[in-house]
Each structure stands twice: as C-alpha cells, then as structure tokens.
Design a protein. Structure first.
Length: 263
C-alpha cells in the first residue's frame, strides 16, 4: 500500500470515528447505547453481545462490558478487541477501549493474560495487524463494528506503543517472578494505557504547522463537538472529513473479548 492509499485509509477511519456517532446522535442514540447491542437492560460484567461479536472472515471479535465499580469516574464501560488464530482456534487480546457514559472514547489500555484468558503474544506480532484491522458485522452491530475498526486504524501507531509498553512491563516483572507466574498475577491487570483526544488526532492527520488555517481550508475540514453532552458531529464534503467548530469546551473522547474476561 502506497502513501496515498494509506492516507486515504486514515481519512476514512477518521470519518467513521466522527460520522458514525453523528448519525447515531441524529437518530437519538449514543454509542454507549449502541454498545449494549439491543439488550433491554444493562448488567455489570455481562458481555454485550452475548457470546461476543465475531468476524470469522477476518478473525476478529469484540464485546463490551463494565464493572460494578468502574476504575475511574469518567468510565462507563469498555470494549475488548481480539484477533483469533484461524488454525488453532486460540485468541489474542489486541487492545481495550474505554468509553464514557455518552460513548466517547477515553483511552486505550492493555491487559495481562489472565484477564481475558487469551494466549498473549508480543507487540511485534500484533502490530502489523493494527493498520489493516477489519471488523465486520451485520444489522444493528454494523455501525458499531465499523466505528471500532476506524478507531483502531486511526490509532494504530499509538496502540502498538501501548503494546510495546505492556511487553516492557511484563519483561520487568519477569525479573522478579517467573513469566508464567507474572502472566497469572491478579495484582497485575492493566499494564499500559494511552489517553485519547480525538479532535487532536484528527488535526494531526490533516494539519502541518505553521500553515494550519490554509491546509484546514484546503482539506475542507474542521473539528466538531456539539450538543449538551458533547456528542460528536460532522459532515462529508467531497469525500473528506468536514465538521463544525466546537461549541463549548467538551472533549471528544472514548474499554475489553474472550472467555472469562475479568476486566
């Protein structure tokens, strides 16, 4: 894939990250509501959807859940995203995405092996899958899957760094205890994280100082946060991302799949 194709893919990912929540908001729904996958009620620890959402063509899957007592006041719940090994049937935890009560992405974070029951593999193995990450679903889950796909592609480099930091943390802990014990240590759950600032990430995709205004105008692009709860909104012009200026000071922001997940 050449640089122009890579940029086009990133632009589409940015568009999906903003436009899909806009369409949900226009329909009177939030991404947090969409994460419940049509369930009538929300229960802590339960997987949404039941049995996880799986893309068998691409070997990817996800689910959403939340803890009875969240780790932080701003977090509503989180998605776990996975890669499956087609040959062995095993799975690897790719990354987790925390969201707030509106459904805005807050942070990416990595987990220890025991948390999801995965077979943990290193960042060097998982990294190449991030830029081409594909997650397809049908029906009501389709926009949610595409939104998650877009966010992973948009933040592929940052997620890979989170995974490298996870590996470094495990390597350090393995100087104290044997690695198999470290991977099952209940005191080690979240190993690394990255705070999400979606408007800033989109700006970085399009803008190069010091000609910010000129490039912004040429790209037909600006950032949007609107509504009483900071719902992300935007529009498409000539196939590129265009959005309205921020109204207020809300921050576009934005949690973990596998058997027996505890995080």
């Amino acid at each position: 894939m050449n640089s122009a194709q890579q940029l086009e893919r990133l632009e589409q990912a940015a568009l999906d990250a903003v436009q899909i929540p806009l369409r949900m908001a226009q329909a009177g729904r939030s991404m947090a509501e969409l994460a419940l996958c049509g369930a009538a009620r929300f229960e802590p620890w339960r997987h949404y959807p039941a049995g996880d959402a799986r893309d068998r063509d691409h070997g990817t899957q996800f689910y959403f859940h939340a803890h009875e007592f969240p780790r932080s006041a701003d977090e509503h719940g989180h998605f776990h995203l996975f890669l499956r090994d087609v040959d062995s049937g095993g799975f690897h935890h790719l990354i987790a995405l925390a969201i707030d009560p509106v459904g805005r992405p807050l942070r990416w974070f990595s987990t220890n092996e025991w948390v999801t029951g995965e077979t943990l593999v290193g960042a060097a193995t998982l990294g190449p899958a991030l830029h081409d990450f594909s997650l397809r679903q049908r029906g009501r889950l389709a926009p949610l899957a595409r939104w998650l796909q877009g966010l992973v592609r948009l933040y592929a480099d940052e997620i890979e760094q989170v995974l490298r930091e996870r590996d470094a943390r495990l390597q350090h802990e393995a100087t104290i205890l044997p690695l198999p014990s470290v991977l099952q240590d209940r005191q080690l759950d979240v190993l690394s994280q990255f705070e999400i600032d979606l408007p800033q990430r989109i700006q970085a995709l399009y803008l190069e100082p010091p000609t910010v205004e000129g490039i912004c105008h040429e790209a037909g692009f600006e950032i949007v946060v609107a509504g009483p709860v900071g719902t992300a909104v935007g529009r498409v012009e000539s196939g590129r991302l265009a959005a309205a200026r921020p109204r207020g000071r809300q921050r576009l922001a934005g949690r973990p799949s596998g058997r027996g997940a505890n995080l």
